[in-house]
Design a protein around this ligand. Structure first.
Ligand code: FES
Length: 117
């Protein structure tokens, strides 16, 4: 049995950086599929999430990344890289994306933004 979502192909992985270009404990912001995506390096693996803080739109990719959490550089809201959850209120999340390393290239899988008006 199939559902309508079974026929929708996954978005492709897109290259964003080379291994070594994102220092441990930091993030970088990239445009992928028309969206801004923050990619962080925890020393073992990479994590990707929507770059825009849901509070007032700061770039999360420029915030410090410690113990798997990014702290927004404007007002210090903290988000978990594993699931995008806001550490102070589980009802609020930012979208997270799959990341993989192919050779020495970091790639993220980001669905295109949906129009809102
Ligand atoms: S803009 Fe991120 S906490 Fe305010």
């Amino acid at each position: 049995m199939t559902s309508p979502s079974d026929s929708v192909p996954s978005p492709p992985f897109a290259p964003v950086a080379r291994v070594g270009e994102i220092p441990v404990g930091e993030g970088r912001t990239f445009e992928v599929a028309g969206r801004l995506v923050a990619v962080f390096h925890d020393g073992t693996r990479y994590h990707a999430m929507d770059d825009l803080c849901p509070h007032m739109g700061a770039s999360l990719g420029s915030g410090p990344f410690v113990d798997g959490m990014v702290t927004c550089p404007w007002h210090a809201w903290r988000f978990r890289a594993c699931d995008g959850g806001w550490c102070d209120n589980e009802k609020l999340k930012v979208e997270v994306f799959d990341v993989r390393v192919s050779g020495d290239v970091i790639e993220v899988c980001v669905p295109p933004a949906t129009a809102t008006a």
